[in-house]
Design a binder for this molecule. Structure first.
Ligand SMILES: Nc1ncnc2c1ncn2[C@@H]1O[C@H](COP(=O)(O)OP(=O)(O)OP(=O)(O)O)[C@@H](O)[C@H]1O
Ligand SMILES: [Mg+2]
Length: 487
């Protein structure tokens, strides 16, 4: 039975068509994937189903009844809940407060009772969380659970998850998959957006592929391979393998000695880490999220004070940093693409001459970068907040890789990127290595670490438990070390 049906939905932003005559049906109790390149229009479409915006033309049906979803409140009443690409939780509030936010308008709020309700709900779905914990203190995997609980608390029958796994670790992904299957088996309907093709095939029943705002195919996942899906998305054959030549390491660029760093709550995050990184090599850091990677990267790039130890950089070295959180520290969302691209160089020639910004130079620079990094937007003057998630990430990459830095610290550089853009970033970083950059490549995706690194350090509870050569290391070995096991 059809639960949701979209009929000829079109959405414009100015003269740009973000969704072009989209029709699709999602059946009850099914997990339906929406795939497409960065900027293909996935989030735009989902926002209309969840009442955050309205289509310019077209009709939405729920259980074959035509509906007008004029606000998120209307969507909630219709049983629709969306979990957003960029989390919308309030960090300073507790789990319970976040979950009930906007729902309770009675004078006397019985928080104890709410805690109990939420504990019961979380137990019923195997989504364990502490209802009294502050959201800002929770790892992203748990925050994701809170987002799901929030939707379930509102008794959603249709759940939309916009790239829920981009920030999760492999084991968190596995537990999310179990939860979603359970929800579908209880006849909830799920729309699932992801750039991870294997995951889509594993989890979903049906997949609809968008390209440049249009539906190009709908198929069952049984009938496709990751390779085929990639082709449908981008319209050409994509090489999903990373092919790289052996590294030719040169002088030491970065030397870290007995480094200790604490996190925001002054708790030990990095303990006694020592290593060397040479020009022309990629040192991958493998580890489960939250084992000190963020604090290590922040310390090396000078954003966080160190507690003890030394970080020595080769004289006159320049650093590029691709941070994990693109919206908080990577970009200024209210600024244009062009402005974000020169954040590190706006006082310098050629962008600034005699204290005056040079608009023509800045514009040309932006247009060139947009072409090289395939940033999909209507112009260089549009606000970065209006870009799709993946295209925001490309702006950071374009800025950070522009300066031929001696040291590149890349943290989850392909998070949220589509398969084509991921392949392009891998090639760009390998080219940076081959021109002599020293690269610290931090990722929670073990496959990516294996593919990109020359050496691999495994971080566990803030310590390097091993530094291995990629030629001889195995996935099993690294997986074991990441989980705190011993070889
Ligand atoms: N508020 C807006 N104003 C102008 N353009 C917008 C706005 N929101 C989205 N767009 C444009 O619409 C297009 C589709 O964006 P959307 O966020 O739907 O892409 P997406 O498929 O979700 O991509 P990603 O995989 O990167 O998240 C993009 O080109 C984007 O720049
Ligand atoms: Mg999106």
């Amino acid at each position: 039975m059809t639960y949701l049906r979209l009929e000829n939905i079109t959405k414009y932003f100015g003269s740009f068509v973000a969704n072009d005559n989209i029709s699709l049906s999602v059946n009850s109790g099914q997990i339906h994937a929406i795939l497409g390149e960065n900027g293909a229009g996935k989030t735009t479409l989902m926002k209309m189903i969840s009442g955050l915006s309205q289509p310019d033309t077209g009709q939405i049906y729920i259980q074959e009844k035509p509906v007008k979803i004029t606000s998120p409140n209307t969507a909630t009443k219709l049983g629709i809940g969306m979990i957003h690409q960029h989390f919308m939780l309030v960090p300073q509030l507790t789990v319970t407060e976040n979950i009930i936010l906007g729902l309770e308008n009675s004078w006397r709020l019985n928080l104890r009772q709410k805690h109990q309700e939420i504990t019961a709900l979380s137990q019923a779905y195997g989504l364990e969380v502490d209802p009294t914990a502050k959201v800002e203190n929770l790892p992203v995997g748990i925050q994701q659970r809170v987002e799901i609980l929030k939707v379930l608390y509102r008794q959603a029958k249709l759940l939309i998850l916009d790239e829920p796994t981009a920030v999760l670790t492999p084991s968190e992904v596995d537990s999310l998959i179990v939860i979603l299957r359970q929800l579908a088996a209880a006849s909830n309907t799920i729309i699932f957006i992801s750039h991870k093709l294997e995951e889509v095939i594993k989890l979903c029943d049906t997949v609809t592929i968008l390209r440049r705002g249009r539906v190009v195919a709908t198929t069952t996942t049984e009938a496709v391979t990751p390779q085929k899906l990639a082709e449908l998305m981008v319209g050409y054959e994509v090489d999903l393998q990373v092919n790289k030549s052996p590294a030719l390491p040169e002088k030491v660029v970065l030397k870290v000695e007995n480094l200790q760093v604490t996190d925001d709550r002054n708790i030990h995050a990095v303990g006694d880490v020592s290593f060397e990184l040479r020009a022309g090599e990629i040192l991958g850091i493998a580890g489960v999220d939250g084992n000190g990677q963020r604090e290590l990267a922040d310390a090396i790039t000078g954003l966080r004070k160190i507690k003890q130890g030394k970080i020595k950089l080769k004289k006159y070295s320049t650093i590029a940093y691709i941070p994990e959180d693109r919206q908080k520290i990577g970009l200024i969302l209210q600024f244009s693409i062009a402005q974000n691209l020169i954040l590190k160089a706006f006082k310098k020639l050629p962008f600034c001459r005699n204290y005056l910004l040079q608009p023509a130079v800045i514009k040309n620079h932006a247009q060139a970068a947009m072409q090289i990094f395939n940033i999909r937007a209507t112009g260089e003057d549009i606000q970065v907040s209006q870009l799709s998630g993946g295209n925001q990430q490309k702006v950071i990459l374009a800025r950070e890789l522009a300066g031929e830095a001696d040291l590149i610290v890349a943290m989850q550089p392909t998070r949220g990127l589509d398969v084509g853009a991921t392949a392009a970033v891998h090639l760009q970083l390998l080219a940076e290595r081959d021109r002599g950059a020293a690269i610290l490549y931090i990722s929670t995706e073990l496959e990516e670490i294996m593919a990109m690194s020359d050496r691999i350090a495994v971080i566990y509870r803030g310590k390097f438990v091993a530094i291995l050569d990629v030629q001889t290391a195995t996935v099993e070995e690294i997986g074991l070390l990441m989980a705190g096991g011993k070889l």
